[in-house]
Design a protein around this ligand. Structure first.
Ligand code: FEO
Length: 395
């Protein structure tokens, strides 16, 4: 199914209700869309392809409008296979097409697919006439790979932003922000940016600044996942701006693991003390909350508290996994507190501390270590810890 989104500009993307984990990591309770666009002008231009298993459905969408053999340009803003997996399929049909991408994308194309098409690498802000219309290519490195760019359709003032301003959630025929359930999109785009782009938040800020400085008109933002913003393109720009800002929120997030409930008891006692001090608290048991939601609630927490039992003399695996995400996704620096629970020997919390400090996070004192069931003395220490945490929250 295709849809005309502006005069001669068509949505030809697909919904994916099959994939359960995006990147085989992140839950997709509402599915996801792979957006692709077709511009009919003197030169027929395709913006992005789709993930490989959806190639046939996507080609059918294009065939509803034009014979795909007539495509002249294939613009590849980003080489990740959810947007390029179907490239070999279109290359078999549109044999005279030219691929357009940044110079960093060219070797990726070669190593991923090595399709036998002409290509053209474009410089930052380079323009290309496709007839009555002009494409302007704006390099946007590390959104979220090194080769990424966005493509601006000058006369129609449409930004094809690829992953930037994207969202999880299939479209189900509701392609625009004024048609889809924006409460779902607000949650799913926040989870999307947190899971996919957290490592590169400063590049989001840089790209937003660059677009603002270009002073271009924006009638529509057409990303490669999620809805097209025509009613209020600033909604998604402002939300991305806010979510990628370095500014920390004024809440405490407690993230913990627990095998038999002893460590959970510590977590809940701490939560109670913090609430009694009037603080806003978010809390997640890592065995049960999906990781992207944990990241949403922790990436900008003013204070992060991580609690682990000792498991085989190491941190509880799911807690260690979370701390790997903190370090790997380069969470903004902020005070981090640790607590640990053990049955006979320690080790879990010590290894977490070492890993965080190795990544230059400041682990605050005291680090609480509780042997199984918290005693009255432990409860006093938890009360004291809550007061120390309160003193570390941003004003
Ligand atoms: Fe949607 Fe980075 O690919």
């Amino acid at each position: 199914m295709h849809r005309e989104i502006a005069d001669g500009v068509y949505y030809v993307g697909v919904d994916d209700h099959h994939t359960k984990l995006f990147e085989n990591l992140w839950a997709l309770p509402h599915g996801v869309s792979y957006n692709s666009y077709l511009i009919i002008d003197e030169k027929v231009t395709l913006i992005e392809t789709v993930k490989e298993p959806w190639a046939e459905e996507w080609l059918d969408n294009i065939r509803e409008i034009i014979d795909p053999a007539k495509i002249d340009y294939i613009v590849l803003n980003h080489m990740e296979p959810d947007h390029t997996g179907a490239l070999p399929h279109i290359a078999e049909i549109a044999k005279n097409a030219t691929m357009i991408y940044t110079s960093k994308a060219a070797p990726m194309q070669k190593s991923f697919y090595d399709v036998d098409l002409e290509d053209k690498t474009v410089e930052d802000l380079e323009e290309l006439s496709i007839g009555k219309r002009t494409l302007k290519f704006v390099h946007a490195p590390f959104l979220h790979w090194p080769e990424t760019m966005v493509t601006y359709l000058v006369e129609d003032e449409i930004v094809f932003s690829c992953d930037a301003f994207g969202s999880f959630g299939a479209l189900n025929g509701k392609h625009f922000d004024d048609e889809i359930d924006m409460r779902m999109i607000e949650k799913e785009s926040r989870r999307y940016i947190s899971a996919i782009i957290t490592s590169y938040l400063r590049f989001v800020q840089r790209a937003i600044k660059k677009v603002k400085e270009l002073g271009i008109g924006i009638k529509m933002i057409a990303p490669s996942h999620g809805p097209i913003y025509r009613k209020d393109p600033m909604w998604v720009i402002n939300h991305y701006d806010q979510w990628s800002s370095d500014e920390l929120d004024k809440h405490v997030t407690i993230v913990y693991g627990s095998m038999y409930g002893f460590n959970q008891r510590v977590a809940l006692l701490l939560k109670k003390e913090l609430i009694e001090l009037g603080l806003e608290v978010r809390i997640h048991n890592l065995s049960y909350t999906e990781m992207s939601q944990v990241i949403v609630d922790s990436v900008r927490a003013g204070v992060l508290v991580v609690g682990t039992p000792t498991y085989d003399a190491h941190p509880f695996p799911r807690v260690w996994n979370f701390v790997n995400e903190v370090c790997g996704k380069r969470f903004p620096k902020r005070p981090i507190f640790l607590f640990g629970n053990y049955g006979w020997g320690g080790g879990g919390v010590r290894k977490l501390k070492a890993q965080l400090e190795d990544s230059r996070y400041e682990v605050m004192e005291p680090v609480l270590k509780v042997k199984a069931r918290p005693t009255d003395e432990d409860k006093m220490q938890i009360k004291k810890l809550a007061k120390v945490i309160m003193g570390q929250l941003p004003n």
